[in-house]
Design a protein around this ligand. Structure first.
Ligand SMILES: [Zn+2]
Length: 191
């Protein structure tokens, strides 16, 4: 779609900005196909790629109260076992969940940071598997079963569209700074 020359890193809105608490607007098909929205999608993806540990980003995080999420999962130092998953979810909804939620570690580039050691991490109950429906960037309806880490990230991003941040749901005593998370969780996992 967009060319690299037009891509830019968008400024992240951070904890305390009211746009992170607003309900994002759904998009009509014509709006999805507009140059403005297509450019926003490209810039969201570019911004997510440039954040070293970013695996997903939603439009409210860059100041647009629109129901657009980019999921760009790739292996990271913290999660070397991840497999690639790259998709744009518009007007995404969870249709069905399977099983009971389990607590998983997560963070958010709108909560703490921008340096890794200043990001906040916490344990959040998330479903392991679910069916979602959404429109893709060509405004085509999609339904998909997602599970594991992808399901986890999609729940975090859909929460962003509803003004919910992971710290609302996290076990408060689990919260950690990035460097402590590295020390007590990531490094322990690899021992
Ligand atoms: Zn987030």
């Amino acid at each position: 779609m967009g060319e690299i020359a037009f891509m830019k890193i968008l400024t992240l809105r951070r904890l305390g900005d009211p746009i992170l608490r607003a309900k994002a607007k759904k998009l009509a098909k014509s709006q999805i196909l507009s140059t403005k929205t297509q450019n926003l999608i490209d810039n969201l993806r570019y911004t997510c790629d440039k954040k070293n540990y970013g695996v997903g980003i939603s439009a409210p995080q860059v100041g647009e109260s629109l129901a657009i999420s980019v999921i760009a999962i790739k292996p990271t130092p913290a999660r070397p076992d991840l497999v690639l998953f790259d998709d744009v979810l518009i007007n995404a909804e969870i249709v069905k969940t399977f099983g009971q939620p389990v607590k998983k570690w997560e963070g958010c580039c709108s909560v703490g940071g921008p340096a890794f050691e200043n990001l906040i991490y916490g344990l959040v109950p998330r479903y392991k598997k679910m069916r979602i429906k959404y429109l893709d960037r060509n405004a085509q309806p999609q339904t998909k079963i997602v599970d594991g880490f992808v399901a986890h990230v999609v729940q975090h991003e859909i929460d962003h569209l509803n003004g919910v941040l992971f710290t609302d749901l996290a076990d408060p005593k689990s919260l950690m700074m990035g460097d402590e998370y590295q020390r007590w969780v990531i490094n322990k996992k690899h021992e």
